[in-house]
Write a protein that binds this ligand. Structure first.
Ligand code: ZN
Length: 192
């Protein structure tokens, strides 16, 4: 913890670079990814403050649309699309994902009941090779499921039809830094 505190203590010594951020934000991208510490969206994309609106959940899960039962995730997505007017939404899964791996393998999550219940109710079990430690196939199919979830949000479907919004499925390898994107033409993940 101490190195993080030390860095935070000196971080504020660049006010001129950040002063204009007080005027507001107009990010072009909503970046939805896992809470995993190995995934650092600003590092992967080179984004500067103000460029990425982020939603991070265990397993980068987009919950089903249910306006009568609002969730934190739905509120974040709604704000990004309807208020900030982001033009792109990236759902970025990652290799060696603990949450998706647990789903694929059907792990016993009794010791972490909140995780168990969140995963059980929030998303279907992805198909994938149980023995693959990187969970590549499972994560990639899981990411595509989340894209379908986004499409079930009426205001997102509307903006997609009006070509005001684009959706992107990414897969990030934590051990190489490589990023793949889903190509709808071939239904395969390819290097960016
Ligand atoms: Zn993860």
């Amino acid at each position: 913890m101490q190195p993080l505190i030390d860095n935070a203590r000196t971080f504020g010594q660049r006010p001129e670079e950040f002063a204009k951020l007080a005027e507001g934000q107009s990010p072009q991208v909503l970046f939805i990814t896992c809470s995993d510490s190995r995934v650092v969206p600003a590092l992967i994309t080179g984004a500067r403050p103000g460029q990425l609106f982020e939603l991070r959940t265990a397993g980068n899960i987009v919950p089903p649309f249910a306006s009568e039962h609002p969730t934190s995730e739905a509120a974040t997505i709604e704000y990004a699309v309807e208020v900030l007017g982001v033009r792109d939404i990236v759902v970025c899964g990652h290799s060696h994902c603990g949450a998706v791996g647990a789903l694929v393998r059907g792990d016993d999550l009794t010791a972490v009941p909140a995780v168990r219940d969140w995963l059980a109710h929030a998303t279907p079990r992805p198909a994938g090779a149980v023995e693959d430690p990187a969970v590549t196939q499972g994560v990639q199919s899981h990411v595509l499921t989340q894209l379908l979830r986004l499409r079930s949000y009426p205001y997102i479907e509307k903006k997609l039809k009006e070509r005001q919004l684009s959706l992107h499925a990414w897969f990030y390898e934590v051990h190489t830094g490589a990023v793949q994107a889903h190509d709808p033409q071939t239904d395969a993940f390819k290097a960016l």
